[in-house]
Write a protein that binds this ligand. Sequence first.
Ligand code: SAH
Ligand code: SF4
Ligand code: F3S
Length: 468
Amino acid sequence: MNLPDLKKAQVRSDKKVEYKVQDYLFSNALQGKKYFLRTYGCQMNEHDGEEMKGILEFYGMIPTDDMESSDVILLNTCAIRENAHEKVFGYLGRIKHLKKQRPDVIVGIGGCMSQEENIVEEIKKRHPYVNFVFGTHNIHELGRLLLEAKEGSQDIQVYSIEGDVYENVLYKRDSKITAYVNIIYGCDKFCTYCIVPYTRGKERSRKIEEIVKEIEHLKQEGYQEVTLLGQNVNAYGKDFHDGTEFSDLLEKVAETKIPRIRFVTSHPWNFTDRMIDDIAKYDNIMPYIHLPIQSGSNRILKLMGRRYTKEEYLELFQKMKEKIPNVSITTDIIVGFPGEEESDFLETLDVVEKCKFDGAFTFIFSPREGTPATKLKDDTPKEEKEKRLARLNERVNFYSKWNNEKLVGEVVPVLILGESEKDSSKVYGYTDTFKLVNVISSKENIGKIISVKITDAKSFSLDGEEVS
Ligand code: SAH
Ligand code: SF4
Ligand code: F3S
């Protein structure tokens, strides 16, 4: 048993990152068994889910959407806000019931919640039937944990370490058209509200050659798009201490000529001019940047530990708009951070008015145990925070629609991903600027980039028709 320890997880030493090659024990014991996997978190968590699926299918297991009839249930959890926790514990209630009827079902819990001390304690106390818990640093051990659970053992294996980099990972990707590619793991920013640096370890980059090799391979398989993943993509390469930066990677990836390249998430603090120039210069780097601001108040930004001011953010934003033709920029905003006054909130609204974001994810501050912000005095009532969120969302949605409306009548390139969920006579896809479009077009275009004339705009999607 290895229990999580947030204090240890916080350590950042000079220890060199180890680059390891993942290998898999072979066994027939799980052949033909059905697995049910639920993923709760960000793109990185989804991509971890693809790794878990890769391992399970390596052992001959078959996916199912029906939890009740599955042999193995895996929850790939997220810890970012309290409601992520609640969803998982809600699900565990259902599983508890199922376990009473079918004690042979194997239940495993992985992901960011597993890295939290209080959560693992709660699982031990209230959900003792859980067969195994594993964390973000040892997904590669999933096969072994599962085989041992099948033999009747119970285990908690969570490592609170800075982390290594594993290559030779067998992903079972959800799409044959777009693919996630990890470029940097972990986070060293320690924004005072955020649990991620504790759940995912230190910033450690994959080698450029490995990333390019993976993308070349994806291209050969027919993939049209890659999304480079990191909590902080523009910190890429800093841990090599040889002057490597994100642009060095971006340029090499662009030269693979894969049709579309995206990346998330960018931090405003180390977004360089060279990165902006690269996005403008290469046709296959998409003109879309997710640039979280979190707050428009300099006082709150300082308390959050974000390392930039409102003015610096606006300057960077302006530069991107000027240098990258047609760029679309989205953001994340937290309201109700401890001590946020009406005047601070008005600064946030002011940024929204100035930037007119293409979209924004907005959240109410959620205290995360073990992070510094939980120690700050927070006397704003919940109702007031909810009101601020509603006021913010009204403006954010207004500008989202406003930006979409500007596209009506334009012809834009859309990568078609599949049949439209609401209307099977349509297909759906994303513009270069990452806007969702429902398109009147043939299903034969799935997997292709086609020209689409935009006919209507809503707040969160567009309608269009194929033009030749
Ligand atoms: N690495 C990314 C974001 C990861 S988390 C970045 O730095 O931008 C995604 C978003 O969740 C954050 O941008 C933030 O807006 C929000 N978030 C993180 N911790 C939170 C908390 N404790 N309460 C509310 N929102 C939070
Ligand atoms: Fe969290 Fe900040 Fe790191 Fe983003 S940069 S993951 S918000 S600590
Ligand atoms: Fe959640 Fe972990 Fe991602 S906390 S947002 S799954 S890094």
